[in-house]
Design a protein around this ligand. Structure first.
Ligand code: SAM
Length: 217
C-alpha cells in the first residue's frame, strides 16, 4: 500500500465539506482531490491554509484556484483515462496534478517563466510524470499534441480563443471562464464536427488570460 502524503485528514475534510457537499459527484475526481497534496503547490506562508475554501497567492500576482472550482471544472471536462488534455494557465501546477491522475497525458502552458518553474518543481515532487509544462502563450494552443480530448482554460478570457477550438478532438470538451476581467461565467463547449454545443455553469472569478487571443498585458 502506498503511504498517503501528509495532511490527508485535512484533504478528506476539504473534499467532504467543500466539494462533495456542494454537488461534485464524480468519484474519480473526488479521489484525485483526496490524493494530491495541495499544500505542496502553495508557497509559504499560505501553505498552512492550503485546505481552506479559497484561492491563494502563488506569486507574480497569480493564484491557485479554489479547490471547489478545480473540482467543478475537472468534472465538467468528463475526463477519461485514455484522454489527452491541454490546460492553459499552469499556475501552481495543482490542476495539472489532479488531471494527471485522471487522464493519460496532460500538457499545461504557462506564460510566466518563474511560475512555470515552481509548477515544475511541485509536479516533480508528486511524480506527475505524464504532465508536460510548456512556456508560452496558451491562447495559441500547442499544436504538437493535437487533437486534445479536453481543453481547460484556467484564466479569464473575453472569448474562447479560435486556435483552441480548432485543437479540440471530435466529441471533446473545452471548459473556460468567459467574461470580462473581473467576473466570468463557466462555459463548456463540446465539439461535433464544426459545430459546438454550449453549456453555462454559473459565475466565477479568475485572473486574466493575457495573450494574442486573450487580454492585452
Ligand atoms: N491552473 C492553475 C493552478 O492549478 O494553480 C491556476 C491558474 S491561475 C488562476 C492563471 C494562470 O494563467 C497564471 O499563472 C497566469 O500566468 C496564466 N496565464 C495567463 N495568460 C496566459 C496565457 N496566455 N498562456 C499561458 N498562461 C497564461
Amino acid at each position: 500500500m502506498t503511504v498517503p502524503y501528509p495532511r490527508s485528514d485535512e484533504r478528506r475534510r476539504m473534499v467532504d465539506l467543500q466539494i462533495a457537499a456542494r454537488g461534485i459527484r464524480d468519484s474519480r475526481v473526488l479521489a484525485a482531490l483526496r490524493e494530491v497534496p495541495r499544500h505542496l503547490f502553495v508557497p509559504p506562508p499560505y501553505d498552512r491554509d492550503a485546505y481552506a475554501d479559497a484561492p491563494l497567492p502563488i506569486g507574480r500576482g497569480q493564484t491557485i484556484s479554489q479547490p471547489y472550482i478545480v473540482a467543478l471544472m475537472t468534472e465538467l471536462l468528463h475526463p477519461k483515462s485514455v484522454d489527452s488534455v491541454l490546460e492553459i494557465g499552469a499556475g501552481s501546477g495543482y490542476q495539472a496534478a489532479i488531471l494527471s491522475i485522471l487522464v493519460r497525458k496532460v500538457v499545461t502552458i504557462e506564460r510566466i517563466e518563474t511560475v512555470a518553474a515552481h509548477a515544475r518543481t511541485s509536479l516533480e515532487a508528486v511524480h506527475a510524470d505524464n504532465v508536460e509544462i510548456v512556456l508560452g502563450d496558451g491562447t495559441l494552443g500547442y499544436s504538437p499534441g493535437v487533437p486534445y480530448n479536453g481543453i481547460i482554460i484556467t484564466a479569464a478570457t473575453p472569448e474562447i480563443p479560435g486556435p483552441l477550438k480548432e485543437q479540440l478532438a471530435e466529441g471533446g470538451r473545452l471548459v473556460a471562464p468567459v467574461g470580462d476581467r473581473i467576473l466570468q461565467e463557466l462555459v463548456v463547449l463540446e465539439r461535433h464536427g464544426n459545430r459546438f454545443t454550449e453549456e453555462h455553469h454559473g459565475g466565477v472569478r479568475f485572473v486574466p488570460l493575457i495573450g494574442k487571443h486573450g487580454w492585452e498585458d
